[in-house]
Design a binder for this molecule. Structure first.
Ligand SMILES: C[S@@+](CC[C@H](N)C(=O)[O-])C[C@H]1O[C@@H](n2cnc3c(N)ncnc32)[C@H](O)[C@@H]1O
Length: 207
């Protein structure tokens, strides 16, 4: 006999809940990944090229991990992390022999081996339901020592249904401004269609 209590009928199956790895594994396994740029975005490449030396970098929710490969090819130490096994399998194929620490784990609970000087954000925050945003802000601050940076792309718009979930400028400030100073905020010109017109490249420095 199936459980028909109100609580059991209200909970969606894991593959319909973006806070669950099955949601993402299903999409990677089916090849339905409209967020995947299939390349390294321009502002990220320019930012990396402008740095005086490699920084130990974390890419949470790495997906296919194009940027991790880019960093490894330039001698940067990089951890690419994703909690969906099918995403990690895709990343492994993209990475080939690139020297990347590819980890299948949950961003909110994994134990980093060494401190990071940079966290790269793309399509990770906007993949998280709003109820996880405050935890995301706390975790980013916890993972970065003073002076370290968070750099990447933010999907800034009023789009409460997702993923991708849009964030308003004041909501992003609320998450980050208590612990970070924003150093850069520019419009993005090479967005893929799902983010077009709403992406900002931002760099934040840990206080
Ligand atoms: C929209 S995709 C973006 C992938 C990649 N950043 C990109 O730009 O193509 C979001 C990714 O975040 C991963 N993810 C979501 N929640 C996570 C969590 N709590 N810990 C680790 N990975 C997570 C998903 O498995 C998925 O691969």
């Amino acid at each position: 006999m199936s459980d028909q209590s109100p609580s059991s009928t209200q909970i969606k199956p894991p593959e319909q809940r973006p806070e669950h790895p099955d949601f993402w594994s299903k999409r990677f396994a089916e090849g339905v990944t409209p967020w995947d740029a299939g390349k390294v975005p321009e502002a990220f490449a320019a930012f990396i090229a402008a740095q005086p030396a490699p920084f130990n970098t974390l890419i949470p929710g790495c997906g296919s991990a194009w940027e991790a490969r880019h960093l490894a090819e330039r001698g940067w130490p990089v951890t690419a992390l994703d909690f969906a096994p099918a995403a990690v399998a895709t990343a492994r194929a993209v990475l080939g022999d690139a020297k990347v620490d590819l980890v299948c784990a949950d961003f909110f609970t994994f134990n980093p081996a060494t401190p990071y000087a940079l966290i790269y954000e793309r399509a990770f925050l906007c993949a998280l339901p709003r109820k996880l945003w405050a935890d995301w802000g706390r975790r980013i601050a916890e993972l970065l020592p003073s002076g370290a940076r968070l750099a990447g792309y933010f999907f800034v718009c009023d789009k409460p249904k997702g993923p991708p979930f849009g964030i308003l400028p004041e909501q992003l400030d609320e998450l980050l401004a208590p612990n970070f100073v924003r150093l850069e905020d520019i419009a993005v010109g090479d967005s893929i269609p799902v983010f077009a017109g709403h992406e900002r490249w931002q760099v934040w420095q840990r206080r």
